[in-house]
Design a protein around this ligand. Structure first.
Ligand code: GLV
Ligand code: MN
Ligand code: MN
Length: 434
């Protein structure tokens, strides 16, 4: 296959910003720039419909699989040969407008720019959005891409329920996104994802581009504590079995655990629900979540063992029953060295300041990395804020990131690093993920 010749067409930054803005009107959180489009809600459906219209308007071939993952390709039936771009368009309940949406709409923008240029790369291009990346409604996170690469059986994914007991499969049927394409899905030639950093590192170093080397490991645990609900005024302190107190103590110790392990270890208690959650009633039950992450698998396992010990000790001290359920568990992922090098080279040639870094957040790319050569590009997040309506990345940074995506994808599609990827392509196979 020949080299990339004249270079990638430049993307249209205004068009990309316009689409980001239009998508952000769906599920907009009043008085903010943010979004609430939880997976498989009416808002998610409306967002899907809009993005699907844009894909169809470009003449792309759309497929919707049995879990609602959508892939759009420039050439019918050629996803297996394509360079795929993508991410997700669901958000957390307090989401920003860039997380995920940028990767999908930048992919669409790259395709539109290539089509408009009249040049045809040697390989087709595709853009995908995967169902329920956030995992806020249905755990685990990255559910759609996990199943797409064969990491979870479709039947198992369809039966996952939200807090109200509503199943993924029923919601897919309700919003009309349970499609006919098979799960696992078609493995592309390579996968690239542009994403906001969602942290403070690039801004701190006044750097435009993150060359992402991998994603840290993720462990989510739901802890249920059962004690005795009783009168707040009459129950002497030594006789209480207070699930609320225990939940707070566990939250405090999760912070200490992360601090003591150090390095990349983080720990978050993002949700505590107390029952009955009233001012004058001792909480008889608590359901809480613990999110542990580390770039090192052994250290993440160590953190999990520490969490087990903390929960047992605190529950015993308060005479509570404790149950722990792992709702997500992904080992750290390393992206493909040749694709990482390509991103770095393209950034340098474009005169963009850049640095190699791991991802603190989970991404669909970490699932695609299981089956094909994959890497990611980060652009800065203002104040390092994300999963918050205040999330912001400047139009200049977005345009620079999308042009870099175009450049990397163009070179992948024209075979620039075919020889470096050849062995991996043979190993990964070319077709449907196993
Ligand atoms: C998913 O976006 C996560 O990192 O929690
Ligand atoms: Mn995301
Ligand atoms: Mn997110």
């Amino acid at each position: 296959m020949s080299g990339s010749g004249g270079g990638a067409p430049r993307i249209d930054g205004a068009r990309l910003m316009g689409r980001l803005d239009a998508l952000a009107q769906i599920g907009a959180i009043e008085g903010t720039q943010g979004n609430c489009r939880l997976a498989l809600t009416d808002e998610d459906r409306d967002g899907r419909d809009l993005v699907g219209t844009w894909m169809a308007d470009l003449g792309l071939e759309l497929t919707v699989d049995g879990l609602g993952n959508v892939v759009a390709c420039t050439e019918p039936g050629r996803v297996a040969d394509s360079v795929m771009m993508g991410s997700h368009i669901d958000t957390v309940a307090t989401g920003g407008r860039y997380d995920g949406n940028l990767g999908v709409l930048a992919g669409l923008e790259v395709i539109e720019s290539v089509l408009a240029s009249g040049q045809t790369p040697a390989r087709p291009l595709s853009v995908a959005y995967f169902t329920d990346e956030e995992g806020s409604r249905f755990a685990p996170d990255m559910l759609g891409s996990l199943a797409y690469v064969g990491g979870m059986a479709l039947e198992e994914a369809l039966e996952i329920t939200d807090r109200d007991g509503i199943a993924v499969g029923d919601e897919l049927d309700r919003i009309g996104y349970r499609g006919p394409a098979p799960v696992p899905g078609t493995v592309p030639y390579a996968y690239m994802e542009l994403h906001i950093e969602q942290g403070p590192v690039l801004e701190f170093h006044e750097t435009q581009i993150g060359v992402v080397e991998g994603v840290q490991g993720i462990s989510w645990t739901e802890v249920t504590l059962s004690g005795q609900s009783n009168h707040a005024g009459t129950t002497p302190m030594p006789l209480r079995r207070d699930a609320g107190l225990a939940a707070c103590r566990i939250a405090g110790e999760v912070r200490e655990l992360a601090h003591n392990i150090g390095d990349s270890q983080v720990g978050t208690v993002g949700s505590i629900s107390l029952v009955p959650n009233l001012v004058n009633v001792i909480a008889g039950a608590a359901v809480m979540t613990v999110d542990l992450r580390n770039t090192s698998e052994p250290m993440l396992q160590h953190a999990e063992a520490r969490l087990d010990e903390i929960v047992s000790r605190i529950a015993e001290g308060e005479h509570l029953d404790a149950a722990m359920r792992r709702t997500a568990r992904f080992e750290p992922v390393e992206f493909h060295p040749a694709v990482i090098d390509l991103v770095e080279r393209c950034a340098a040639e474009a005169g963009l300041t850049h640095r190699r870094m791991p991802s603190g957040a989970g991404h669909d790319a970490q699932m695609l990395a299981r089956v094909c050569p994959t890497a990611m590009i980060f652009v800065p997040s203002f104040d390092g804020v994300s999963h918050n309506p205040a999330e912001y990345t400047s139009p200049e940074d977005i345009e620079a990131g999308a042009n870099l995506l175009a450049d990397v994808v163009w070179r992948l599609a024209n075979g620039d690093i075919d020889s470096a990827l050849a062995g991996d392509r043979d190993a990964a196979g070319n077709g449907t993920a196993a």
